[in-house]
Design a protein around this ligand. Sequence first.
Ligand code: FAD
Ligand code: SF4
Length: 474
Amino acid sequence: MRKEPVKVKELAAGERSASFSEVVLGYSKDEALAEAARCLQCKNPTCISGCPVGIDIKTFIRQMTENDFSGAYLTIRKKNNFPSICGRVCPAEYQCRKACVLTRKGELFASLEAINIHFLERFVGDYGAKNNVETQADKDKDLSRFKVAVVGSGPAGLCCAGELSRRGIKVVIFEALHKTGGVLRYGIPPFRLPRDILDAEIDYLRKMGVETQPNAIIGKVKDVVELFSEGFSAVFLGLGAGVPSFLGIPGDNLCNVYSANEFLTRVNLMSAYQFPHAHTPVNVGKSMVVIGGGNTAMDAARAALRLQKLNGIAPNTTILYRRTQTEMPARRLEIEHAKEEGINFRFLVQPVELVGDEADFVKKITCLECKLGEPDASGRRRPVPIEGSNFQLDCDVAIIAVGLQANQVLTKVTPQIKTDKYGDVAVTAEDMQTSMPGVFAGGDIVGGEGTVIEAMGMAKRAAEGICAFLRQTK
Ligand code: FAD
Ligand code: SF4
């Protein structure tokens, strides 16, 4: 058995960092087969328990080794509506790959490493889409008379819509923005998730009969009670966590201080990297500074550096993070990619002021050095600022990526739906039902910022809950 994993091809750092083309190129058929052949086909596969939607990983990999790619695709689709997306963005190293038996063996034998399950899933997902492999509908005649409203078109909303639609339920998705996809469209840049892949997965849902209504903010244009009176028998809320946090320091309101959400929305959703061919611009500086250590910070910094290069500006983008690289929540792969592309990292640094010029444009950022103290509630060692260690960096564009909170536009006008102190919607664990009868919720609006596949896992549970609720409905 081959022990070393098959490396996936990537665009060279110099080439990719001046474009928004996809960085990770995926496996060829031969590479996918070689990687699949490394799977031990364990009697009791532990990897499946690491996947939030429980894909039968062992079976789909075996089908690959038998050259049955259509079968592998159908096996994955039984549990995951979006294999081409998850194969690209899933933090598999914390999920299925972490639970792969080779991860444990690899601690003993350095040459062993977990199977690249996500790259295999990506290969199979792309194969299924290219070859129009059809999944079987699982229509339930007792349910096909119902209509369900899904609010929000991120991974939670899309997944719930897919699950309900394949049972024959009529689904309408209401989305506040003019395009569907949620963070997959406005947050994650095309160099990680090409838009044709996202569009193909959403088109698949439309072909199944799911209707989408963009530019519809539920809670403004109409509320949840009105949805019921329009004939919807149940409602799913996949509202996400789209409200950015700021630093709460002097200078937060200066010009050219962006939230990562606004910056990425301008770049990804409104295609600012194609300005003036696209209508929406974004300001690009000579010294761009991103504050934060999660996936959002990596995406914002990598987009900022690309914009500098595309605008003929010498690349100078710096990430400031209060702890060290070990505590960074971003995926390891994204951190490595950012470093290869030339992003500067300053660890153990806490901004205390954004300093503006006479026209109120940010020009400098004042920071304190930090050291690591005792672990805090998150289990990570707390950053402790060192008194008197102040220093300044040039900064003519600052991008704040220090967290996201619940979007409460809908819940504020719907007091029947109970929320917690963060504005997250409270649900029952088993079927994701809110305190309002017939209203279910899942994704980041429930647990705070999580992952794409966790949001989909909750949406699947909610879809089961909705079906059970509808069966009891007269
Ligand atoms: P969202 O994707 O936020 O979608 C919610 C949707 O609801 C939005 O389209 C919003 O416009 C809409 N909406 C909100 N309120 C209303 C309303 N009242 N009426 C109508 N529509 C409404 N996870 C990973 O697994 N891998 C990654 O690599 C990764 N990278 C990330 C990068 C960034 C920049 C960000 C911000 C997050 C990243 N995540 C990643 C996290 C992941 O994207 C989220 O956990 C996931 O998108 C949550 O899905 P969701 O459907 O709950 O919410
Ligand atoms: Fe792993 Fe994500 Fe695929 Fe599940 S969906 S098998 S966690 S890559």
